[in-house]
Write a protein that binds this ligand. Structure first.
Ligand SMILES: C[S@@+](CC[C@H](N)C(=O)[O-])C[C@H]1O[C@@H](n2cnc3c(N)ncnc32)[C@H](O)[C@@H]1O
Length: 433
């Protein structure tokens, strides 16, 4: 089994408040799309000391990463589904004992204590005790990749990428990702790589397995880099913007790709529908001392009349490719989401085409593994937009893994395409006649 390398050594010295906070966080994470983010600012978590907070977070991430196999192990032991809160406590108990390797007695006792804290659940103490003790006697197998994702998603991946690739993608759900950084000045790469004990990836991103508060890492205070997954850094590079060119980032927040375009010297308009999320763009720009025109508007109906040398559409999507850092997306996504999002994406692609100057480039990307949001979008867009043609991406251009380049020159980046992983993305580049 993968070592999840939690930020602190979880043991039986970590008390009940950490488990109670993990229960709140897990419930929030599985309760909606923004669940994990909401949960991370949960007061129960903020009230913990550093070690307990790290344990609670590691426990929830372990539970979410192994949710499919954990549920399968529990279903074999529990005949009639108990109330939701008891299910969450059982899930956390299994993750403690078999993923984080917390001593079994601590995992069982604290799980029973969590149930005991709720007056209405007293009758489930025996069940939790018996189920967890039973699993301790006969440890479950949690490594089956076919159980790692919800079955409807796994079937889709198998249909889209083939059985072998679907297994390899699902196996990545268990892996805790390293942290990837994009550099403001690529020439600083070798120095920063040394300072941060980081590996330099093909496109110029740095990958570090450092943990802890990034604000204390070398180069942060100087605004030398920002956190951005290696796959997320590829689309903006493919625009190849030159200093002084105009660029539109149509769905910009929190701003990783805006920063890349600005760092390359483009005059950037960073557009996003969410004024709240745009504050992050402004803060990020200020921290790394770059500038962009930040505009809150719906990109489909933005009344501005300008067109741009380079347009980037990083469209809202099901985000199933981001499961390495957000395993909750897999369990929050619903089959019906994909069709709804695909309709929004095609409207935004039409708007992006209108914003692109003649001879200019448009890059469309989504952090989704679902073909309707990627390959399907491109085929339909080309069919209805005569002025646009595909501008094929060459192997290893912009740091794209060779395995991700499709015959027609779009990118289907799968999480196992780089050793130690990267986010799943679909990327297509177009040229306007
Ligand atoms: C995938 S995120 C963008 C991430 C960003 N490009 C980055 O690299 O940091 C999608 C963004 O699209 C924005 N969005 C959704 N619908 C939009 C619309 N109709 N017009 C503009 N922005 C929209 C959301 O607010 C969200 O910030």
């Amino acid at each position: 089994m993968t070592d999840l390398a939690p930020q602190t050594t979880p043991n039986d010295a970590v008390g009940l408040p950490a488990r109670a906070a993990a229960l709140d966080l897990l419930t929030a994470a599985l309760g909606g799309r923004a669940g994990m983010d909401e949960g991370l600012s949960h007061p129960a978590l903020a009230a913990l000391d550093g070690r307990d907070r790290a344990f609670a977070r590691a426990l929830v991430m372990a539970t979410l990463r192994y949710l499919g196999p954990i549920d399968s192990a529990l279903q074999a032991k529990v005949k009639k589904a108990p109330p939701d809160k008891v299910v969450q406590i059982l899930r956390l108990g299994v993750a403690q004992a078999f993923v984080l390797k917390t001593p079994a007695h601590a995992a069982v006792t604290t799980s029973v204590d969590l149930v005991a804290q709720d007056k209405g659940l007293q009758m489930f103490k025996g069940l939790v005790n018996a189920v967890l003790r039973g699993l301790v006697r006969e440890p479950p197998e949690l490594d089956d990749p076919e159980l790692m994702a919800p079955s409807w998603l796994y079937m889709r991946w198998r249909a889209a990428f083939g059985a072998e690739a679907a297994q390899a993608v699902a196996a990545m759900i268990a892996q805790e990702p390293a942290t990837d950084l994009s550099l403001k000045d690529p020439s600083q790469g070798p120095v920063l790589a040394g300072d941060l004990e980081a590996e330099m990836l093909p496109g110029g991103s740095l990958r570090t397995s450092r943990r802890g508060d990034i604000a204390t890492w070398p180069g942060f205070a100087e605004g030398g880099w920002w956190v951005q997954d290696a796959a997320a850094a590829i689309p903006a590079r493919l625009l190849g913007v030159q200093p002084g060119q105009s660029a539109l980032d149509m769905c910009a927040a929190p701003g990783g790709k805006t920063l890349q375009l600005a760092a390359a010297g483009a005059k950037v308009v960073a557009l996003d529908r969410s004024a709240v999320r745009l504050k992050r763009v402004a803060e990020n720009l200020a921290r790394v001392a770059l500038t962009a025109e930040v505009v809150a508007a719906d990109a489909a109906t933005w009344p501005d009349r300008r067109s741009f040398d380079a347009v980037l559409l990083d469209a809202p999507c099901s985000a199933t490719g981001t499961f390495r850092r957000h395993p909750d997306v897999l369990w929050a996504a619903k089959p019906s989401d994909v069709a709804g999002l695909a309709a929004v994406q095609s409207k935004l692609l039409d708007a992006a085409a209108r914003r692109t100057k003649s001879g200019g480039r448009l890059v469309y990307c989504v952090c989704s593994l679902e073909p309707e949001e990627g390959e399907g979008q491109v085929a339909a867009f080309l069919a209805r937009t005569p002025g646009m043609s595909l501008d094929p991406v060459a192997a290893d251009e912009g740091g794209a893994p060779a395995a991700s380049v499709r015959p027609e020159g779009t990118l289907r980046i799968l999480p196992h395409h780089l050793a130690a992983g990267l986010d799943g993305f679909y990327v297509a580049r177009f040229r306007k006649a």
